[in-house]
Design a protein around this ligand. Structure first.
Ligand code: ZN
Length: 139
């Protein structure tokens, strides 16, 4: 499995293989905390919009990443989120309505990015998609 590398300079040796799961790649969101000055990845993780137990409130990637940045304040930290396709290609992920609210609340709206066509672009958009869980509950 060849995973597409994020189109940013990453100076430390980091692998995303352990975050890529062929069975859940379509729903798992990868997040990294990136130091834009040192050009290194500080932290990384993945999250699913909905766990196996649908009653449990899921924690989104942005939420985890914002929490990390709030407990490790550094103005150079940026958050990148994306998904992998089954082939290992990077797919963009825009923040859902609730994560967008969170980003506005904590002033992170200019610090969260995703990748679209191998280019860095904002993950906070004007008309955010509803979260998956919300859609499941209301259809
Ligand atoms: Zn969200």
């Amino acid at each position: 499995m060849f995973l597409e590398e994020p189109p940013i300079i990453i100076k430390n040796n980091i692998s995303f293989n352990n975050l890529h799961d062929i069975h859940s790649c379509n729903v798992s969101v990868i997040w990294i905390i990136y130091d834009k000055k040192k050009k290194i990845v500080i932290s990384k993780g993945s999250s699913r919009p909905c766990g196996i137990n649908h009653r449990r409130k899921s924690i989104h990637a942005e939420q985890l990443a914002i929490e990390y940045c709030r407990s490790h304040p550094n103005r150079n930290y940026q958050i990148f989120i994306w998904r992998y396709s089954k082939n290992g290609d990077i797919k963009h992920k825009y923040s859902c309505t609730s994560c967008t609210k969170l980003a506005h609340k904590y002033n992170f709206k200019d610090r969260i990015y995703t990748f679209y066509n191998s280019t860095k672009c904002p993950a906070i958009i004007d008309n955010p998609p509803l979260s998956l869980c919300y859609q499941f509950n209301h259809t």
